[in-house]
Write a protein that binds this ligand. Structure first.
Ligand code: SAH
Length: 347
């Protein structure tokens, strides 16, 4: 029998069903689930309270997805770590660990590549190869936690890929990550960022998770948004904002708007005024991100005073806005750059 069971992507019910189907007792499922998701073992042989016979059978029938750390770059400025992990099929994904006073935060990828085409983003330049399995998403967190020997308290799905374009796997990932029988990260400490796939945003809202939804807005009107984000051709800006309002209604969770400031493109006082009109009155927060220039495009960062004037304008309109601190400045390279560098070195 070929290894076809992705055991790390199974929830406890599925694992129980599988173990019952091979003649095992129910309590074994809980033991094995704990080995995988709490102790985070990297091999079946480490499951020492499981019989050798069962461990062997599991090893034959199941894959225990574990990512291979290919490289890690560590910032001397703030301890930020950028990881490049190899997947079992040879593809590579990036994840980032950021150390804050309130705890360790990991930013994970949800796909290998991306098909959303945002103009300033490096992750989308080669298109989408495939979505990550729930196990591949969660093992980015497990691997980093084990690597640093510390607890991970926050997770953001803001790395390469569009999480809502890998929806079923994302749902399972959320279930596993926040499961009280697993690592049990609070839903409130998980943020999922989307470029605005409206029907999926609404579907996510209907699940009523307590996770934070971050919406990549990047423009204050439809015309400008279309120039930066091809997804705006499918969903009009007001539809996207309505979906954010719906998310708040369903979950009571304040939505975060991400707005990457691109010099001379979306950073004028007029843009800030329009943004104020677009989202004024909503229970929301704006994250202003100085664009991280990529060499394949000629976008530049806005000047510091322009960034702070933009923030001020929003605050005057009653909208809370913060300028994102740039972490790991010395190991920089925009999102997706590490993987691209890796790709060009192996090709
Ligand atoms: N696909 C999802 C999540 C991944 S991108 C999304 O679009 O939200 C995570 C965030 O980084 C998004 O807000 C994205 O627009 C932003 N981003 C991508 N490349 C960037 C760059 N070069 N500079 C600044 N922000 C960037």
């Amino acid at each position: 029998m070929s290894k076809q069971i992705d055991i790390k992507s199974m929830n406890l019910d599925e694992l129980t069903e599988y173990l019952l189907s091979i003649g095992e007792k129910k309590f074994r499922a809980k033991q094995i689930y704990e080995w995988i998701h709490v102790k985070r073992v990297r091999d079946f042989s480490e499951m020492t309270n499981i019989s050798a016979k069962l461990r062997e059978q599991l090893a034959q029938e199941c894959t225990l997805t574990t990512l291979k750390k290919e490289t890690v770059q560590i910032s001397k400025l703030d301890g930020t770590r950028k990881y490049l992990f190899l997947l079992e099929d040879g593809n590579a994904v990036e994840s980032v660990l950021m150390k804050y006073k309130h705890g360790n935060s990991v930013c994970i990828s949800s796909q290998v590549g991306c098909r959303m085409g945002c103009r300033f983003c490096a992750s989308t330049l080669d298109g989408l190869l495939r979505g990550l399995t729930p196990a591949e998403m969660i093992d980015q967190i497990y691997s980093i936690g084990l690597d640093i020997g510390e607890r991970i308290s926050n997770v953001v799905v803001m790395g390469t890929g569009e999480p809502l374009d890998n929806f079923e796997n994302l749902l399972r990932f959320i279930e596993l990550l926040t499961d009280e029988n697993g690592l049990h990260i609070s839903q409130r400490n998980l943020t999922v960022s989307t470029c605005g796939l409206v029907p999926k945003m609404r579907e996510l809202a209907d699940h009523k998770f307590q996770i934070t939804l971050a919406l990549s807005l990047h423009a204050s009107n439809q015309e400008k948004r279309k120039e930066l984000m091809p997804v705006a051709n499918s969903y009009e800006i007001h539809e996207v904002i309505d979906a954010c309002k719906y998310y708040f209604e369903q979950t009571g969770r304040r939505v975060t708007f991400e707005y990457s400031l691109v010099g001379g493109v979306n950073d004028t006082q007029q843009d800030a005024t329009e943004l104020g009109h677009l989202i004024g009155g909503m229970n929301c927060h704006v994250n202003l991100i100085p664009v991280n220039p990529i060499k394949e495009r000629d976008f530049v960062q806005s000047d510091k005073d322009v960034i702070y004037a933009f923030q001020k304008k929003l605050e005057k309109a009653g909208i809370t806005a913060t300028v994102r601190r740039e972490m790991g400045r010395d190991i920089d390279g925009a999102c997706g750059q590490l993987r691209r560098k890796h790709l060009s070195s192996v090709q």
